[in-house]
Structures are given as C-alpha cells and as structure tokens.
Ligand binder design. Structure first.
Ligand code: MN
Length: 201
C-alpha cells in the first residue's frame, strides 16, 4: 500500500488569525507530505508491510523489522499525528456537554484543564506533541517526543497540539505560549466529543 497525503479537512485560511494560512500551507503541503513520502520510502522494500495502514504499523512496531522500525516511528508517526491534528482543528465550535462534564470531573474545571495542557505543551523540550487521551478509560494529558504517537502506547487520542517549531514559527517565532493560547480557539470540540463518545466505556 502506498500511503497518501490525506486531504486537508478545511480551507487553508479557515483557522485565521489563530493559525495563519501560510503556516497551514507549509505545514501540510511540505512537512506533512514529507512524512508520507519518507514513510513510503522506508517500507518500499518490505512487501510484508504492503497493505498495512499507518495505524497498524504504529500499533504493531514489534512486528516490524528492526532495520526500519525507527523510521516507521518517525515517519509513520509523522503521518498519523498530522492526520489526527488536522481532524481536530476548527474555529468557533462549542464544547458539547459530555466531554465538558468529563473534563471538569477529571481536571476540576475547563480552565484548569487548559492550564495543565498549556503547561505540558510548554514543557515539551525540543520537538514533540501534547495530547489529551483516554488511557484505559481515564482522561490524561501526556507528551510524546519527536513523532512518537500515543497509539503506540495503547492510548486513544482526543486532542493533540503539535509543538514542533514548524507548526508556529512563521507567525509566533519563539512565542510558543501565545501559539498554545490561540490553539484553544481552534479545537474542534464537536469532533473531540465524537471521539470521546466512541471510545469511552
Ligand atoms: Mn508538524
């Protein structure tokens, strides 16, 4: 199976001004695309991996030849993480009741959740991601480094913020905190709620 760049589920300018069009274009068209191309290159000579989805690859790392395992983690993770990231971005959505209640139960308030999510995102040293996940039915905020993905650790993602500099440098330069603050304006809460209802028990 040749992996393909997914279609962006929104117009490149639709997250303005919080995430600018130029950043979206380069992030999606260059960075995300490069992960797809490099994943295809990495698995090219491994016919046993043909037809396997990126989700399968990342949740079956033990079954992947050691020679290319790190490349699959890096590039496969890059593909999956960005596919997921674009999916949960949308401006002006209202938080549905189910996920709001669950967040308040777990983090005391939505504001506390945002503060903890922000602190963890600021605390990623170098490149990586911060996630809200369901881990054995429990809401947790976790970090992953480089392009490692939470699905490789058996967790189910609900929200992800990319804190690689390529995701904010054009607009925010070194101001990661401002990028994170604005990220809260473009979380697609309807989609997050849908994922939550799908996975929680
Ligand atoms: Mn990225």
């Amino acid at each position: 199976m040749v992996h393909e760049l997914i279609e962006l589920p929104f117009k490149t300018d639709s997250l303005e001004p919080f995430m600018d069009e130029e950043t979206v274009k380069i992030h999606y068209g260059k960075h995300h695309k490069a992960y797809v191309d490099n994943l295809n290159k990495a698995i090219m000579n491994y016919p046993e991996l043909e037809g396997k989805s990126v989700e399968w690859l990342l949740t079956n790392l033990d079954n992947i030849s050691e020679e290319i395992r790190q490349k699959v983690i890096n590039h496969g993770g890059g593909v999956y993480n960005h596919n997921f990231f674009w999916e949960i971005l949308k401006k002006d959505t209202k938080i549905p009741n189910e996920i709001e209640t669950a967040i308040i139960e777990r983090f005391q308030s939505l504001e506390n959740f945002k503060e903890e999510f922000k602190n963890q995102s600021l605390g990623v040293f170098g490149s990586g991601w911060t996630w809200l996940v369901l881990d054995k039915n429990e809401l947790k905020i976790v970090q992953t480094f480089n392009q490692e993905s939470v699905i490789s650790k058996g967790m189910f993602p609900l929200i992800a913020i990319d804190v690689w500099e390529h995701s904010y440098y054009l607009k925010y330069q070194n101001r990661r905190a401002e990028y994170i603050d604005n990220f809260f304006n473009i979380i697609n809460w309807e989609k997050v709620n849908e994922l939550f209802l799908e996975e929680k028990q």
